[in-house]
Design a binder for this molecule. Structure first.
Ligand code: AMP
Ligand code: DBH
Length: 543
């Protein structure tokens, strides 16, 4: 197996420890400590379940014993694809207890993505729920096991069919490893949204991830009295760690698992559980703003609404306070590390017009032009960063690492930002080609690659176009091979590729050629930019 690691040069690691960011804690210790201190406090609520910290610990230990009893070993990687249910925490803390490493997939991912994660991580097992939003994950589990031979076990939360039932796990303290992980070990693997091709694996250590979590708690006001609701899919880095469900557990607070983020589902839960803080992507924030004035539900417990994942425009940002009666906090983060927040006591203009400033005094934030020189203060440029919770490399991907990291270890975020006084950042756009579809990042290259597999597609270029609701949507320009198929046929065919639905182009435009007049070669990046400009021009003319 390719070792999973994340290593900072020793002078950096020493500084991050000396400055108190890396505390030497592990996730196992965190849950054990909270169960000791606050055993009777409710840790997580979801569906008709309510577990105290003591119960969550017991369930995590039972899960750990179950994984080990199957023959899985410490160090094994396990793909976890669960929706917002309390078992998510039992599974993940169970894996931490057994010193196994969760690799997080989103509920929307399908065979193509899961097989890629499982292969790349050399996963030995796969944990899913029986079904969610009408999709039966047991069939997917069959397919994953058939396709990726080292995935030996599929563990199902719910009716397991031919697979292993999570409920069948039995406690057995004698199986549990005595020795804990080192805090510098990789604790978990996040997935990059990715702009070039397939998603990359992001190994995060206990030290660095826990730092981003407890420091986020301080910035977001999360304490033992908080009630954090996971509205977005909990496997996303944002609801997991900014400060997310892990932040809530770190603080000894209560997690509420909201099964879907629509107001009809979320508002009754806010009322019932007296939720104090939750996070949304901008399109959902718009829905909440629309629904709140008409709701009969009492939302007055809500103190902070975090909005992030994509740019939140100033106009709706201004409405959050008056309409929802809570503070807005903008969050600009990435699974690779760096997270920026507006602060709870910032003036309104900062909160509505910026995407916040970074967590740590030791976050190094560079804003450079395309030649790598710093831009004048306040001018837009490429954001690069290095720091105590930003990775130095993806797992097992030298080509991606050469592209995405500088020689001195800065991560090229691909975002274009400008810096305002006080270190606040305003996100201006993207330098790389992905579509930020309501917070879901879709790689243009990955979708093009699928389209090019279609027999009637000669060439394809996928671009993002502004969308009133989603922020951005995807448009595929296709040069057909022979007669053009119907857009609906292309979409149906894409669905058959077993990929997440958010990757299927929202719009398809057939063209005879890409009409690129440039002499010689044109990069795909330039091509996409030209096509996008042409489409926007056409739209303006028609309007
Ligand atoms: P990922 O690498 O998939 O974790 O996605 C992180 C990317 O999402 C960032 O690099 C930004 O492009 C985008 N993003 C996250 N939060 C915001 C925000 N508040 N405003 C604008 N873009 C954001
Ligand atoms: O979009 C993201 O990936 C994101 C947004 C807000 C993120 O990873 C985070 C906060 O931690």
């Amino acid at each position: 197996m390719v070792p999973l690691k994340q290593v900072w040069p020793s002078e950096f690691a020493e500084r991050y420890r000396a400055n108190g960011y890396w505390r030497g804690e592990t996730f196992r210790q965190v849950l054990a400590a909270r169960a000791q201190e606050r055993g009777d406090a409710v840790a997580v609520v979801g569906g008709d379940q309510r577990w105290t910290y003591a119960e969550l610990l017991t369930r995590a230990e039972t899960a750990a014993a179950g994984f080990l009893a199957l023959g899985l070993k410490p160090g094994d990687r396990v793909v976890v694809q669960l929706p917002n249910i309390p078992e998510f925490l039992a599974v993940v803390f169970g894996l931490f207890r057994a010193r196994m490493i969760p690799v997080f997939a989103l509920p929307a991912h399908r065979l193509t993505e899961i097989a890629h994660f499982a292969r790349k991580a050399e996963a030995a097992a796969y944990v899913v729920t029986q079904s969610h939003e009408g999709f039966d994950y047991r069939d997917l589990a069959d397919a994953v096991k058939a396709e990726v031979s080292h995935v030996r076990h599929a563990i199902i939360v719910g009716e397991a069919g031919p697979h292993v039932a999570f409920d069948s796990f039995v406690a057995d303290a004698s199986l549990l490893p005595e020795e804990d992980a080192a805090s510098s070990d990789v604790a978990l693997v996040q997935i990059s949204g990715g702009s070039t091709g397939l998603s990359k694996l992001i190994p995060r250590t206990h030290d660095d991830y826990l730092y981003s979590i407890w420091a986020s708690n301080a910035i977001c006001g999360v304490t033992a009295d908080s009630v954090y609701m996971a509205s977005l899919p909990v496997a996303h880095n944002f609801p997991m760690s900014s400060p997310g469900v892990f932040g809530a557990i770190y603080a000894g607070a209560r997690v509420v698992m909201c099964p879907a983020p629509d107001p009809q589902t979320a508002f009754p839960l806010i009322e019932r559980e007296k939720v104090t803080i939750t996070g949304l992507v901008p399109p959902l924030a718009l829905l909440w703003l629309q629904a709140a004035p008409k709701t009969a539900h009492d939302l007055s417990s809500l103190e902070v609404l975090q909005v992030g994942g994509a740019k939140f425009m100033p106009e709706p940002a201004r409405r959050v306070g008056p309409v929802l009666g809570c503070k807005l906090q903008q969050v600009f983060g990435m699974a690779e590390g760096l997270v920026n927040y507006t602060r709870l006591d910032d003036p309104d203009d900062i909160v509505t017009l910026t995407q916040g400033r970074s967590i740590s005094p030791d976050d190094e934030v560079l804003i450079l032009d395309d030649q790598g020189n710093p831009v004048p203060e306040g001018e837009p440029g490429n954001l690069l960063t290095r720091g105590p919770y930003t990775i130095r490399g993806y797992h097992d991907d030298p080509a991606a690492n050469a592209r995405s990291f500088t020689e001195d270890g800065f991560y090229r975020t691909g975002d274009v930002v400008r810096r305002l006084p006080g270190g606040y950042l305003e996100v201006m756009g993207r330098a790389t080609d992905h579509i930020n579809r309501a917070g879901e990042k879709v790689s243009a290259e990955e979708v093009e690659d699928h389209l090019l597999a279609h027999p009637q597609v000669f060439d394809a270029a996928v671009v993002s176009i502004p969308d009133k609701f989603l922020g951005e949507r995807s448009c595929a320009f296709i040069i057909p091979e022979g007669e053009a198929p119907k857009p609906a046929d292309i979409k149906a065919w894409m669905r058959g590729r077993d990929i997440a639905a958010f990757k299927i182009p929202d719009q398809i435009v057939f063209v005879d050629d890409f009409a690129t007049t440039a002499v010689g070669k044109i990069s795909r990046k330039e091509l996409r930019a030209a096509l996008r400009a042409r489409l926007l021009e056409d739209q303006r003319e028609r309007a």
